[in-house]
Design a protein. Structure first.
Ligand SMILES: [Zn+2]
Length: 94
């Protein structure tokens, strides 16, 4: 199930993320090979699902990691998701 939109989906349609300690702070990292140890959370590689899951603090709940730091823009970048509405190029001359 996707932690963002909470819809059931095939594992192949979702990406796995896990919590990893980075300098004593739990951070969310993408597990592209889906083989990292520990509890994983699954979501669509979509900006809506990332932002919804972040807003609901669904990652911390799904990964059972209180205080989990989630940077939705960093996560979107890791997933190769570009939010065209919020992440428009800052300056591009035409
Ligand atoms: Zn979703």
């Amino acid at each position: 199930m996707c932690v963002g939109c909470r819809q059931r989906a095939e594992t192949g349609d979702l990406v796995r993320v896990v919590a990893q300690m980075r300098e004593d702070t739990p951070m969310i990292v993408v597990d592209p090979a889906k083989t990292m140890p520990g509890r994983g959370a699954w979501l669509h590689a979509r900006s809506e699902c990332i932002s919804t899951a972040t807003r609901r603090r669904a990652f911390a709940a799904a990964l059972r990691t209180p205080g989990l730091t989630v940077d939705p823009e960093d996560l979107a970048e890791q997933l190769g998701v570009i939010d065209h509405q919020r992440m428009a190029p800052r300056s591009r001359n035409r």
